[in-house]
Design a binder for this molecule. Sequence first.
Ligand SMILES: Nc1ncnc2c1ncn2[C@@H]1O[C@H](COP(=O)(O)OP(=O)(O)O)[C@@H](O)[C@H]1O
Ligand SMILES: [Mg+2]
Length: 330
Amino acid sequence: MKKPLIELVDIDMYFTRSKSLLHKERRVHVLKKLNLKIYEGEILAVVGESGCGKTTVGRIITGLLKPTRGNLLYEGESAINILNMKSKAYKDAVQFIQQDSYAALNPVRTIFQSLYAPIKTKNQRMTHDEIYAEVYQNLVKVGLTPPEEILMKYPHQLSGGQRQRVLMARAISLKPKLIVADEPVSMIDVSLRLSILNLMMDLNKQMNISFVYITHDLATARYIANKGRIAVMYLGEIVELAPVEELLARPRHPYTQALLAAVPIPDPVLAKKDRVVPIKQAEHMDLTNRADGCSFYPRCPYGKEECTKGEIPYKSVEKTKYKCVREIKK
Ligand SMILES: Nc1ncnc2c1ncn2[C@@H]1O[C@H](COP(=O)(O)OP(=O)(O)O)[C@@H](O)[C@H]1O
Ligand SMILES: [Mg+2]
């Protein structure tokens, strides 16, 4: 495989929740010793339930948030110390597309104004006409045609799907190496979701932009990353990381198995397999004081005493890495 573009090394993230009448101030440990490599040109899907820390990971990768502990490496050698991540080059190279496309655009600016500003900031010497041509081309690239009709509109005059495309146009105008897309299709009409996923796959192929696609939905993850990898997150940890076809055929972690069991599988052979995983309805682990051992233990149907002790090491089997003590039958 190619060299990693970005590497997260032993990232821990704590948030302090403010005091209220009912609660004292609490420090929650939302990412735990998280390691992840993102390769040049790949599509990596990050999947997990709401609250498991996906957006936090996305914001750390894009430099919007400084982790409590750990390091972020960019192209291996030019390691960025996240303590002083003011690097403009990094901010251009790594773009973040957030879930709420309406909030991401200035409501009193036309689409042209919103797309003009970042190009002008980056390339002070470009003339108005050159920037216009660039904006026009980018709108064509993201499928917003004819661009003349889009340029003079305001965000509220576009559909959610069109606004997501505008965000893609803005992101690619900075010539990024990586786009982190945080639940980009969860707020748009189901009928349009596939076309936005296809657009990201096209941009990946044609411009060699890596994508980190963040979602709670395994179905869209396996679609967009069909030749890529999936990282499954549970309570701030990556519990399994594997190429998509491997993860679907041989899920190793009980949480991945439970996620898969909840998705209908079109493959008749796989569908026949007994895929029900009897997850316990226990409470989540307390994040203010994380217990030793496996985060999934309270809900795991296979939990044993050894699961509650120390740090659970990753196992590597073929191209899969997973964090579970259980020996898997072949
Ligand atoms: N700024 C913040 N202050 C306090 N807690 C936060 C903050 N941002 C996120 N959290 C908490 O961190 C955890 C992970 O959040 P998030 O990354 O948004 O998860 P996801 O995107 O997977 O739904 C949640 O428990 C959330 O409440
Ligand atoms: Mg989120």
